[in-house]
Design a binder for this molecule. Sequence first.
Ligand code: SF4
Length: 1003
Amino acid sequence: MSEAFPTISNQDQPHIWAIAPNADALKVLAEGIWNCALQTNQRPLVVLSTAGPLIGLRAALEKTRPTVLGNQIAFLPQVISFTDWLEAAPNAWKFPKKQSDLERWISVYVNLRKHPKLKTWFKAESDAGAWGLAQAVIDACDALSEVIIPQLQAELNSLLETHSLDVEAWLKKVELVLDQAIAKAYVGLSRKVVDEESEVLLAFWRYLTNIGDPVIRKHLAMADHLQVIKTNQQTRNRASRPFIWVQTADPKLVDQELMNGYLHEYAQFASVVQVSLDWQSAALWPEALCGLDIEGQIAVASSDERQQVTNNVQDNRREGWRLLAARRFEDLAWGATKSIEAHLIAGKKNIALVAQDRLAARRARALLGRLGGSLRIRDETGWKLSTTRAAAALDSWLALIRSPKEGPTARTLLEFLQNPYFDLARSLKISSETSIGLTAQLEDILIASQAKSGWQTFLMAIERANHYAATNGGSPNGQLHELITFISQRHRAWQHEILACSTAYELLQNDLQAMGMYERLEKDAAGKQLVETLKHFDLSAGVYQGIKMRLPEWLSLLKTVIEEASYEEEGKDAKATLSILPLSSTRLRQFDAVVLVGCDEQQLPAFSEPPLFFSDTLNRLLKSSTIAAQYVQQARDLSALLVTCPNVDLLWQSKSKSGEPLRPSAWIQRLQSSLKHSNPLQVTDIKFESYAGQSAPIQMAVSTPAQDLPIPVTVSPSAYKALRDCPYRYYVSSLLGLRKAKEFEEGFDASLAGQTLHALLKTFFQALKTEEEKPHSAIGGGAVRRQWMMDHLKQGSEKEFERLVAGDARVLGTLRDWQKQIPSFVDWQLKRENEGWRYHDAEMPVSFTLILEDPDGISREIKIAGRADRFDIQVNNDTAAAVIDYKNQKMKKIAQRAEYILNDPQLLIYARAVNENPVAAHLPGRTVDQAEWVSLKAELDKGEAKNIRANAVEDMPTLMDQFSVQIEKDLQVLWARQPMQAFAPNSVCQYCEARGICRKGMW
Ligand code: SF4
């Protein structure tokens, strides 16, 4: 039961009134406010210490409006939160400019640089750590100011009283008073603190505190309000409107002292009503009833008080209280979801999900997503802006600009290009139709060539792809080159050791504009908020505009600020609303049902992290929040919640992550024990509804190509190998055309380096051929020839690899490995020349055609086509030629390859292609009767290089015959559309992309 509203008299003390925090609290409070209006015939000013109950109270005031009201009080009483009231100070315009959080962080940064003593103390390892530390320093300094500044209140009051019209001069005076107070307090405090950490913090506080700090502004605003009320009374000689202060939560000791003193002073000039909460009938535990004693410890309850609490529990027991225990995290989230669903089905419209366990609440939120737009979810626990898609898009650009000057990794680049806010068409000034598929094309090229990092590497990969397209009937795409150039130019603009914050802000804005991201962000709810957050970085008008930082420092600051920002979801009409909120936000609010998730003994009560810096001594001096105070406050919040709301579900996880049993919160256990004889509270176990079904073991995958499934009429050596390895694999990759989304593998892959190696060998042998054809060539034979080859290969290698190394320094290792191979490679080449073989051509596309008759009697032409690495000709025999395939493999691997040549008949395909059409292969009159693999990665220390760099195919004629019969048979089977079975040895399956489809391992 709440007390009756006091009679307003002319007393110069605040009138004290307490209300019970039960379901009627807002109604009683509203009636009291109207009562005050009627008694004083003035429109009261109601200030709430927290903003939570604001809307509820206004609604209650509307509902309880008396029928007869004088003109003076016809309007709804003004209800405002403490923060808004401070902002509304009449002379706020002349207060010192409010420092933004960002400016305060930067001031910590500047002070760290200015004061070496502090710098040596705060060695934060990372940039992010440094900004986190700056935040902690600011919080701690505010806490110190909170204690010290009230001592200044009298001086601030008198300064405001006597302020001249010259705002500058007034500010200077305020500053002087502040400085003096800080200096005095510093000496006093530093005598009391003994540990060095606090000493450093005090020093920081001394350097940092200035009149733009929020704490100072708060006191100035309070003094200003007081001043206005005083002036009003003196000049107009009439009573000011009553001031009603509603303390919605237990204040910190420092705040309580401040407010008590302030209200007392205010009461000298206007009627003041100080409203607090009366726990007599609402407390469900003794600590909620008795609170703290004067020592700041939890007060011990008397037997009467204990009896009162027992009565409260019996009186307030509701049938709608439910205790639900879940064994696992998923069950807990599922249980919370089901509870909410049940309340919705029961027609409840305003439901609260109290996120004592934030993870479980998030999970439940995700599960509730399937209810769609009919349920509006308002997350008051602070959904971070950094978790939105818009922030991820910006982050992808930040990741790119912080890449080294050589360029980003392909993954970073693609992540940025694929973000939906990047406007490719606008960036390249092309039509949106033309831009379609450009990023996907770039991705294909980079992955195919394994171009993993560096602008030069990307450009090379694009050039090669374009060259290939141009020489193979495709169309090269110049826009890919432009795209890389465009992004790399923007990236280059950021490559400075040190950047002025204003320049960095400008650069970022320009980037976002030029890439069309700004416009797209503006169209999106989260994007709009992100753009607003970014505007805080515009320091051009402030004192910190010239501050310079390293790029990683600035980026880290940017990320920290975005991390701190909350995303406010757009409100939309829905059939019901679910508010996700912390326990403290339920104060004096009304809900149809509440689901409280995380009521285990570890999470209820939950205590805030202790301040980073304060030792116990300093903490006591600061009169700030203590564990005991938090404990009492949560007991009161939970009591109020249970007493106010008829339907409360309390859920917890009964087993911890490590499998240890977890009990419900002690408060729940105590409720259970109080109620066990009268109206017991039973615990229900949350169980998943299980669904039964029968599964049949799956068989080895086999598929028959459908009649309308086109069969490729061109077969590459690798496709034929796939068909030989496993018909099902061929079915998936070549007939269905399914490909795994390729990714960049970890570590450095030599694919682009391998291509470069092939290209440089071609260039080298062409140069050798040209040199030999010169009439007076000095190349000759023996040592001179060897030296020429060595020199040219070495220089050529450096040149060919130059751009690759510029793009990715790791390629240097591959280049050096290859350069070590050069002498023995030259020896092998010379040996081959001594046997009469001469280089003829390289990178040569060759093909042959098979004519088959399919089961329908239709004749089919199938082209078997590939690109041979190199052809040699025999100078002692006008009809002989050889085909060579370079392999970036060790000889052991090549020997294994030779054993199964019929399953991987690449060399045989090239040989047959030349033999069937020597003119097309530029080998008129010759037959390829020799084929070999040549290793470019021979193990030099094992002596491989000297003798066995090459592995020749043995018994070519027999193999060629066998191959010809085999390929015809295989293709006949394929065209007959016979069942294609999945079978292959594990060595093949290990890297097979179709594994997820054939389900190898399940059968
Ligand atoms: S995983 Fe093995 S059996 Fe399955 S499709 Fe691939 S190669 Fe064939």
